[in-house]
Design a protein around this ligand. Sequence first.
Ligand SMILES: [Cu+2]
Length: 128
Amino acid sequence: MKRLLVLLAFVAIGLLMAACGPSKPAVVMDEPMPAGAEGAQVVELQFTPTDIKPDKVTIKAGQKVLFVIKNTDTKEDHNLVSPDLAIKEILVVPGQTARRLWTPPTKPGEYPAGCTIHPDIRMKFTLQ
Ligand SMILES: [Cu+2]
């Protein structure tokens, strides 16, 4: 009887682990406006298979930004990354539009950003 209970416990744990195991979060293809986006500077970016448009963006330093990033590439993922600007990664899958809030640093200057999946796709933010 005890053995059976132990066996059942293992089966139960196994099922729980299967249910809670690593799973990718579902991708929202057209992300809704995030809460708190009111009054943000809107920065619209578009990934194509070979570049990002526009590749130069001027924004106000220290003031909240709403990114609207569309991936028009039908085949590949792209991401917007900038360690200098503390943009960790905004990933967009083919056809997806991401809407994310971000607050730029307060220090004016020029900062590089780009896609780490395609290192040739680069852009520049000017904070003023
Ligand atoms: Cu890319």
